[in-house]
Write a protein that binds this ligand. Structure first.
Ligand code: SF4
Length: 442
């Protein structure tokens, strides 16, 4: 007797929908990947019960109309006998999260790892320049080889067409890598275009700009996620690491953002990403937290690390550049301490290599988001003429990756083992004077 034929789903969208079945979904990860999946789920009629996120900064917040709970909420759900499935929707640190899921009483069938369906996460650096010159950024690196310019709206549309051909399931796109997206005069059209293609939008900005009309148009377009990068509340600390910016302009734009979000009833999650240094982890942090509470924004902290990758590699090879030496004096967690803390999760794989494709404004494709130098690090000269396989193969041959992985830098860049980083940081104290002085030290 021949066995019945079972239809095998090869389309990842259909497979994902089928694997979820009629169960309610709890999304682990309330930032961009999770938000993108939530948009997809809603369009498919899948009911999302809640977001889960281990970041305390997100607790009690609502994103895309869905409440965010801490991980313990899972145990509560299991205890009530609720039928649900957890969709783990993150682009990095997946293995660290999976290892933390044991103990919640979930079976293997209760967990769907989103990256097994959505294989590639795309970022498009629509602007190849920045108005600031921060010491931990390629645009703040003297004599960097980075060309400058903008991706035109027409080219952007071609890139999205190509992405949709290459990847059957794409639910969000990040519009930044090193560049400042608000320097693009048509950013609102770019956001609209992604939404027309059912793709959620992530933007990251320093918010230190005078484009009031542009901010208005972009918020009216309702991007799902807006990260604001800051490193202080008062000018002195802020200027040390956001070189060329004006924190009072940032704060005034934060108020404007609140006004615009209310005016347009936008769903945009504003995530104020506060880079922690020795000179800003006291009164500066307290004041910025108060401001974020007042405005209803998320304040998430990150122990500052050194970027781009080449600077860290030089440090590891015993030949740090002067900027890195100067910056290191202000770090709460030194490069070596960060590498050591993250090494607990050291792996033979790198998720930047495995599941991310970065497209520069000029259509070149770098190995990953962390590298600055072009020489040897561009795997495709023209994304539109590439194939997913050619990108994958050329990435696999990149010589810089061998060194990077040998030193444990993927895990360092992703900030694995946050608890250990925080413990190290707390042993360093603070030199946050709260001074409002505006002189720049870099
Ligand atoms: S191994 Fe390093 S250089 Fe290579 S993709 Fe990963 S982070 Fe980038």
């Amino acid at each position: 007797m021949s066995s019945p034929k079972v239809a095998v789903q090869t389309d990842p969208r259909a497979r994902l929908i089928s694997d979820i079945g009629d169960r309610e979904v709890v999304i682990w990860g309330a930032r961009m990947t999770g938000i993108g999946f939530a948009r997809f789920a809603k369009a498919q009629g899948i009911r999302t019960r809640a977001f889960i996120d281990s970041d305390p900064a997100l607790r009690g917040k609502t994103v895309s109309g869905i409440r965010i709970y801490p991980p313990d909420y899972l145990a509560e759900l299991v205890a009530t006998g609720t039928r649900f499935v957890v969709v783990l929707a993150v682009s990095i640190k997946e293995d660290e999260i999976i290892s933390s899921l044991t103990g919640y009483g979930l079976s293997a069938d209760d967990l769907i790892v989103y990256s097994k369906y959505c294989k590639v996460f795309y970022t498009i650096d629509v602007v190849g320049s920045c108005n600031l010159k921060c010491p931990s950024c390629v645009h703040g690196t003297p004599d960097n080889s980075m060309p400058t310019g903008l991706m035109s709206l027409d080219t952007f549309k071609k890139v999205i067409d190509k992405i949709k051909t290459d990847a059957p399931l794409v639910t969000h796109v990040g519009l930044y890598n090193w560049g400042e997206p608000f320097l693009h005069p048509e950013l609102h059209h770019i956001v609209d275009h992604l939404h027309r293609n059912d793709i959620a939008v992530a933007i990251s900005s320093n918010l230190s700009f005078r484009f009031a009309d542009r901010l208005d148009r972009v918020i009216k377009a309702n991007p799902e996620y807006l990260k604001v990068s800051v490193s202080g509340y008062f000018s002195k600390a802020y200027n040390n690491t956001h070189t060329g910016g004006d924190v009072n302009l940032v704060k005034s734009n934060m108020y404007r953002l609140r006004y615009l979000i209310d005016r347009y009833s936008a769903d945009t999650l504003v995530d104020v990403n506060y880079h922690l240094y020795k000179d800003n982890n006291g009164i500066n942090l307290t004041k910025m937290r108060e401001l974020c509470t007042e405005l209803g924004f998320v304040l998430s902290t990150v122990n500052a690390l050194v970027m781009p990758l080449e600077k860290v590699l030089k440090h590891c090879e015993g030949r740090p550049d002067p900027d890195t030496v100067r910056l290191s004096e202000n770090l709460l967690v030194s490069i070596d301490e960060g590498i050591s803390a993250a090494s607990m999760f050291k792996s033979s794989r790198c998720s930047f290599m495995d599941n991310q494709v970065n497209i520069n404004f000029d259509l070149t494709v770098p190995i990953c988001c962390t590298v600055a130098e072009r020489q040897g690090n561009i795997v495709e000269e023209n994304f539109l003429a590439s194939t997913p396989r050619s990108i994958e193969e050329k990435k696999a041959q990149a010589s810089i990756c061998m060194k990077c992985m040998a030193y444990g830098l993927p895990e360092y860049n992703m900030g694995y083992n946050r608890a250990a980083w925080d413990e190290i940081a707390s042993s360093k104290g603070s030199c946050d004077s709260g001074s409002t002085g505006g002189s720049q030290t870099t």
